[in-house]
Ligand binder design. Structure first.
Ligand code: FPP
Length: 240
C-alpha cells in the first residue's frame, strides 16, 4: 500500500456493496441489548461513508433492512425503525457535507410514512451530489427485485427476443448504477442472503471475521487492498 495509507487508483473498486452483519452478536458479546449493536453499526456506517469518499469509491450500497427482517421480534423491528427515523434526519447534513447522494433500493411502500418522507427528502436534497452515491437497501429483497423487473418488462409488452441481460439490468432498482465490484459481508458469515442476486454475478466477495461495528476504516482499506490483488476473469481465461 502507498505511503498515504491509500491503495493505488486502479485497485480501487468503483462500487462496494456491504452486508453489515453482526450488530446483534457485537452487542451480546458486551452484555448489551441488540439495539445497542444497531446503534454502534449506524455510527460505523458514518465512518465507512467518510472513508469511501476519501479513498475515491464512487458507489456504496448497504443492506440496511431486508424483506425478511420484518420477521424479527416486534421490539427489534420497532427499534430499528426508530434508529432509521433518527438517522435519516441527523445524517442528512453529514451526507451533504461529504458530497454524497442518497438513493434507496427496495420497496418504499413498506416504510412507515414518517420515515418514507425523510428518505424522500434526503434523496431530493442530495440529488446533485456526486462524490459518492450511497444506495440504501431498505425493505429490499433480491428475488423481489427480479420479480418486479419481470412484471415491468411484461407490463410494457417487451417482445421476448428483445429480452437480454442488458435489458433486464435496466429494470432493476439499480438501473443507473454499475454492478458491484466488491461485496463485503462482515461477521464471518458466508451467505448471499437475497442481496443483489442479479448485480453481484461477477463481484469479488470478502468475508472479514469482525462484527460490523468493528469494521472500521483500517479494515475497509485492507479489504480494498485484497480486492486489488484479485484477478477478475468474468468466466474467461486471462491471456498469459
Ligand atoms: C445485521 O446485524 C444488521 C441489520 C439487520 C441492520 C443493519 C442496520 C444498521 C447497521 C443501521 C444503519 C443503517 C442505516 C442505513 C441507517 P444482525 O442484527 O443480523 O446481527 P447478528 O447476526 O449478530 O444478530
Amino acid at each position: 500500500m502507498a505511503k498515504t495509507d491509500q491503495p493505488a487508483d486502479d485497485s480501487i473498486p468503483q462500487h462496494i456493496a456491504i452486508i453489515m452483519d453482526g450488530n446483534g452478536r457485537w452487542a451480546r458479546a458486551r452484555g448489551l441489548p441488540r439495539l445497542a449493536g444497531h446503534r454502534a453499526g449506524t455510527e460505523n456506517l458514518r465512518r465507512i461513508i467518510k472513508a469511501c469518499v476519501e479513498v475515491g469509491v464512487k458507489y456504496l450500497t448497504v443492506y440496511a433492512f431486508s424483506t425478511e427482517n420484518w420477521g424479527r421480534p416486534e421490539d427489534e423491528v420497532e427499534g430499528l425503525m426508530g434508529i432509521f427515523d433518527e438517522v435519516f434526519e441527523r445524517e442528512l447534513a453529514e451526507l451533504l457535507r461529504e458530497g454524497a447522494q442518497l438513493r434507496h433500493i427496495g420497496r418504499l411502500e413498506g416504510m412507515r410514512p414518517s420515515l418514507r418522507k425523510k428518505v424522500e427528502k434526503g434523496i431530493e436534497q442530495t440529488k446533485d451530489n456526486d462524490r459518492l452515491i450511497l444506495n440504501v437497501a431498505f425493505n429490499y429483497g433480491g428475488r423481489d427485485e427480479i420479480v418486479d423487473a419481470i412484471k415491468a418488462i411484461m407490463a410494457e409488452g417487451v417482445p421476448p427476443e428483445q429480452v437480454d441481460a442488458e435489458l433486464v439490468s435496466k429494470y432493476m432498482y439499480t438501473k443507473d448504477v454499475p454492478d458491484p465490484d466488491l461485496v463485503i459481508r462482515t461477521s464471518g458469515e458466508q451467505r448471499i442472503s437475497n442481496f443483489l442476486l442479479w448485480q453481484a454475478a461477477y463481484a469479488e466477495w470478502i468475508f472479514p471475521d469482525v462484527y460490523w461495528p468493528d469494521f472500521g476504516r483500517e479494515q475497509l482499506l485492507a479489504a480494498i487492498e485484497e480486492y486489488g490483488r484479485r484477478e477478475r476473469r468474468y468466466g474467461k481465461v486471462l491471456e498469459e
